[in-house]
Each structure stands twice: as C-alpha cells, then as structure tokens.
Design a protein around this ligand. Structure first.
Ligand SMILES: Nc1ncnc2c1ncn2[C@@H]1O[C@H](COP(=O)(O)OP(=O)(O)OP(=O)(O)O)[C@@H](O)[C@H]1O
Length: 291
C-alpha cells in the first residue's frame, strides 16, 4: 500500500528559529503596493492572529506564504532557509497547509474521500484502499473530538463549522507544521465559531504554528498568542497577548484615533448618536487558552 503524503520537508531548525519568517516583505501589483515592510514570525505551538480591515493586505500575505504569489521585496524563510515559492505545491511540501475560507473540499464527495483528497491511499495494484481511508478518517476525527457519525455523508451536507474542522484535522494528519487559516469563522454563527476556535487551539497544542487571519478581534483574542494588525498593507500593530487588552485590540481594529476624530466631528452633528470608541470591557481571560 502506498500513500502520497505532503509536507515532507524536515529541515533541521533550532527551537528558537521561527518555522516561517517574513522579513520586511512587500508585494506590488504594478503600481499598487498591497504590502510593504511586513515582518512576521510563525513559531511552533503559537497562534499568530493577523487582523485587518478590507484591503489591508491579509489575502496578499496568505498568498505569498501559500505560494500563490511571489513577494516583490524582502525575505521569506522557512526553518531558517530563504525561500521563494513558485507554486502552492512548494509551500505545501515545506509543511505549510493553507485552509481557505471557501475550502478545497468537494461538496458532493463523502467525508472520508475529502479527508484523503489528493493523498489517496491505494492497494498494491493501484485501486483505492477505501476501508483503510475510512478507518483512518474516523480515528483522526475522533482524536480531534469531531463527531460525524456517517463518514459516507457528502461534505456539502455538513455545517460550515464541521467542514472547517475536517480541513484542519486533515492538515494535521498530513503532517503540516504551519496551518494558515483564512477567516475560518467569518461565515459562522457564535456556536460554530466556538467549535472552530477550539480546533484551532487543538492544532496549536499539537505543536503546529498557526496563522489565524480574521476581521474579528474577539475571536482573535480568545485564542491568539500574538497579534498583528495590518492597515493599508503595513503593520500597524505587532504585539503579544500579555501586552494588550481586548479593548485595545478592538480599538486598534476599529480605527482607534481615526474613530475618535470621527466621533469628535459627529458630536457637532448629533450628540445622541455618538458612541465613544473603546468602550469595551478591557482584558478578558480566554476560556480556550491553555498556555
Ligand atoms: N491581483 C491584484 N491586482 C491588483 N491589486 C490587487 C490585487 N490583489 C489585491 N490587490 C490590492 O491590494 C490591496 C490589498 O488587498 P488584499 O486582498 O490583500 O486585502 P485583504 O486584507 O485580504 O482584504 P479583504 O478582507 O477585503 O479580502 C488592495 O488595495 C487590493 O485592491
């Protein structure tokens, strides 16, 4: 029986070397500077949240790490080795798994077929080893605490949260060292977001370096160890959990000083409509935080 697993690169790295490191990385699309001077370290067992409004450069950042676009400035390294990915396959082979919002899952195919999509197990004469794939899918989902009673069910019939969890479990099983999640909670309700956030923590606790892209400071603060806020392609904030409160992070995302100026202007228009920025509750402890 053979398996074509991904994420093969086992390059030696010291414990202090980030798995993925961006040093002053920039990306221009012609005259448009989508990213400028972005530095970011993804470390094992850490969740790095990248926050930013529409057009901040989050997708561009993901695409560079995932091998869809090449950066035009700066240095990208993986396990201390300078890299320039020419394709998503090269990124994947370096141990970087990217889970996009629209998920690379086939909605009409079963849960187990999706789990092994692109990495199918075969028997000696090349026929699919369905029994083994079903067994492993069941075992791996159970390990992650994901309950899907019928693995023959088409993935399209599952909830958005369950689909995100399958994609995360699949990346962990196939040996990803870095998991990049593109707004995994954006289309989900509160309960399903909670389930997905729990699996993001599980991925971190399994030793992966996680990059969690989100618009939502509340979701980021529940699980994040490290926060980077992008604004117009530049890093506007780079801080660790101990150094920031939820209120400050929310304020930073909401525009901080810009909002204050707007609030001041509005005060002249209609005093009753004015809400002071940063009227949150301050630092909260995360129920999901285990480190
Ligand atoms: N292929 C492209 N060609 C030209 N400009 C682009 C291209 N892709 C992105 N941009 C520009 O780069 C900037 C950053 O875009 P990007 O999609 O990375 O932001 P984002 O933070 O992911 O936004 P959103 O949350 O809306 O997806 C924007 O000004 C965008 O218009």
């Amino acid at each position: 029986m053979t398996t074509t697993t991904s994420f093969a690169n086992e390059a030696a790295s010291s414990p202090t070397t980030p798995i993925v490191h961006l040093d002053e990385v920039g990306k221009s699309y012609g005259n448009v500077h989508a990213l400028r001077g972005v530095s970011l370290a993804v470390r094992q067992g850490e969740i790095t949240c990248v926050l930013g409004d529409n057009g901040a450069g989050k997708s561009t950042l993901i695409k560079i790490i995932a091998g869809l676009h090449e950066h035009t400035d700066g240095v990208l390294s993986v396990n201390g080795e300078v890299r320039r990915f020419g394709s998503p396959r090269e990124s994947l082979d370096s141990g970087i798994a990217t889970v996009y919002q629209d998920l690379a899952l086939a909605p009409l195919m079963s849960v187990w077929r999706n789990f092994f999509l692109g990495n199918e197990l075969t028997k000696r004469f090349g026929t699919l080893d369905a029994t083994k794939m079903k067994r492993i899918t069941g075992e791996e989902l159970t390990k992650m605490g994901i309950s899907i009673p019928n693995l023959e069910q088409p993935v399209g019939m599952l909830s958005g949260g369950q689909r995100q969890c399958i994609a995360i479990a699949r990346a962990i099983f196939f040996g990803a060292k870095v998991l990049i999640l593109d707004e995994p909670t954006a289309a989900l309700g509160v309960k399903q977001s909670g389930v997905v956030l729990k699996y993001i923590v599980k991925a971190r606790d399994a030793g992966l370096g996680v990059v969690f892209i989100t618009h939502n400071p509340h979701h980021a603060y529940l699980v994040g160890n490290h926060f980077i806020v992008l604004k117009l392609g530049r890093v506007a904030l780079d801080t660790h959990r101990a150094e920031i409160t939820l209120e400050q992070l929310t304020n930073e995302m909401a525009g901080g000083s810009e909002l204050e100026a707007l609030s001041h202007e509005l005060r002249g228009v209609d005093a009753s409509a004015v809400v002071q920025p940063g009227s949150g509750t301050g630092k909260v402890d995360s129920p999901l935080e285990s480190r």
